[in-house]
Every structure is written in C-alpha cells, then in structure tokens.
Write a protein that binds this ligand. Sequence first.
Ligand code: NAD
Length: 343
Amino acid sequence: GKGGGTRVITLMPGDGIGPEISMAVLQVLEAAKVPLIFEPVDVTPVMDKHGRQTVPKEVIDSMNRTKVGLKGPLMTPVGTGFRSLNLTLRQLFNLYANVRPCRNLPGVETVYGDVDIVTIRENTEGEYSGIEHTLVNGVVQSIKLITRNASLRVAEYAFQFALEMKRKKVTAVGEENAMRMSDGLFLRCVKEMSEKYKKKLDAAGIVFEFSTMTTVCLNIVQDPKRYDVLVLPNLYGDIISDTCAGLIGGLGLTPSGNIGTEGAIFESVHGTAPDIAGKDLANPTALLLSTCMLLHYVGMPDQAEKIKESILTTLTEGSVRTKDLGGNAKCSEYTQALIKNLK
Ligand code: NAD
C-alpha cells in the first residue's frame, strides 16, 4: 500500500554488473531503513509451449503479485534469433510509458551545465510496432501505428508526473505537418488530456506547449534549459531520451522507469558492461536513481529524496568516485560513502 507499511518488490538483478549494482542498492536501502522487501528472480530466456521465447514463470508470477520491479541490465545475445528480453517484459506487463529523467549531477563535467529534462516516451507502438513487410522485390513497407488509447494514457501519465514532481512545463512533440494523421492523432490526444488537467496544471503553474521534432533537436543542443518535461511518440522519444542522456554525461548516471497499466519496472539505462563485470568497478548510481523513481512510484517520496541527497553529497565531495567518473573508488567503497552520507 501507499505511505507506511512494507512493500514487496520484484528484484531482477540481471547479468554482467547487474548483481553487483543490485547488491549496492540493497545495502543503501537497508542502511536508509527503507521499508521495501525484495523478492529476487532470475530472468533467463525460456521457451513457452508454442516454442516462443519468454521469461521464466516465476518472474511473471512475482511481478503479478508485487506489480513493481527493479531490474538490472540483461544481456541480449546477438545473432541467435533471440528477441530482447527487455522487449518481452515490456509486452508482458504492458509497460506503456518510458520515463527518463536527465539531470546533470554536481561534479560531473558536462558541456551544457544545468540540464534537467524528463522525457516521457510512448513505449508500445509507433514505428516500433514491428509491422513490416515486403510489397514487391526491393520495396518494403513499415507501419507506424498510433492509437488514441495509447496516446491518451501516455499523455495522462505525463501530466500526472508533471504535477507530482512539481515541474514547470510540458512540451508535446510531433511532426503534424508531415504526418497529419498519425502524429496529428498523438498531438490531439495530448491536447485533449491537457484540457482534462487544465485546472490542476494552471493551479500548479505548469505550462503546456507543442513543438516539432526538428525544432526540439535544434533547441535542445543550443539551450537545453528551455525544456522541462517532453512527451513524445515512441521513435522520437527514443532518440531524444538518448540525446538527453548524452547532455548530462552519459549512461552511468541515467535512471528510467517503464510504467504500465498494472505496474511498473524501474531500471538503469546502461547495459551489462561486460568489460568491467565482476571487478567491483561499476557505478551503481543509475540503478540507485532508478530506485528513487520506484520509491516515488510506491508513495515513499521522502525515502527517495533522502537517498538522492546522499548521492548528491557524495558526488559533490568528490573524493570517492567510481572510475567512469574519473575516480578510483571501487563500487563497494562508493556504496559505503553513500551510506555514510545518509542523513
Ligand atoms: P553498456 O552500457 O553495457 O556499456 C557501455 C560502456 O559503458 C562500457 O564501457 C561499460 O563499462 C560502461 N558502463 C556501463 N554502465 C556502467 C556503470 N554502471 N558503471 C561504469 N561503467 C559503465 O553497453 P553495451 O556494451 O553496448 O552492452 C552490453 C550488453 O548489455 C549487451 O548485451 C546489450 O544488449 C545489453 N544492454 C542491456 C540493456 C538493458 O537491459 N536495459 C540496455 C543496454 C544494453
């Protein structure tokens, strides 16, 4: 339940550095006395009775029980015909919104200085619907699917997020002039939802605006400060969310949430980092910030802020940093510093 009480969370430690950074997160949460209980499950690919690849039953059962998961990176085998397990999880639990806060952290040098942008990306359709076919030899067609339902629900999530997180602006992005029907529908749905939330948005001083993808691309590299929350269809959102991760200094620091109709899965944006796996060198910050998003989601914002503060303090002091941030601390040493800096 929300607020007090203890909450059970499905933990998918993942591959490569996944188990190390998951352990670091668990240690910080325990030291912070966060009332979460983790149910660890192993996400290895298995075949269902139709011979299709899926995730083990215990993962599905656990997620159906807890509704909320924390996930480390999963290795995607190359060239074996295996579908990405991340995609499988997204489809199984109908995770329709991908949320990626990109905020630069103190002491991490970036080109742009202050950046604080949250991209909210439609996660289930658009150009990534996977509907492609050959018309005749040498001519293929790919279908960009946009539905009213999916557009409305991602829009609603964006406005709720902006209100809860006390943001100042929501920008809906699409190319309505070039793709009148598809992007047109998406943008009309966001507009419709903005009208439903108008009173609340006005009361909170949150501005709503439209922009085109081309304008956002130009502006975001000239002056990222002009954006706050962006809500976008799938492909545009994928591109802009990676652009934003670049603006704040890369993958080691970027958290994300996949929000569904029934629950959510939170994970770092980076992969399994096979080059440093098992060496106690990984930076657990992205997974820890993902955990902070999870804490907000389950109604424990104070716990989230407490952990975020310890990350900010540790990075500002700067003496204990992992290698990817120019330091020489081990993952375990950095974790101890985070624990020491908990207030
Ligand atoms: P990667 O993100 O694993 O690594 C890229 C570089 O960043 C490496 O040099 C790595 O050492 C470094 N890095 C990444 N995370 C770090 C961290 N927390 N601390 C310190 N350094 C870090 O990307 P990749 O090498 O392209 O992918 C490796 C595997 O991960 C592939 O199998 C890929 O499919 C998978 N992957 C999974 C996810 C996911 O589960 N969501 C996302 C991306 C990639």
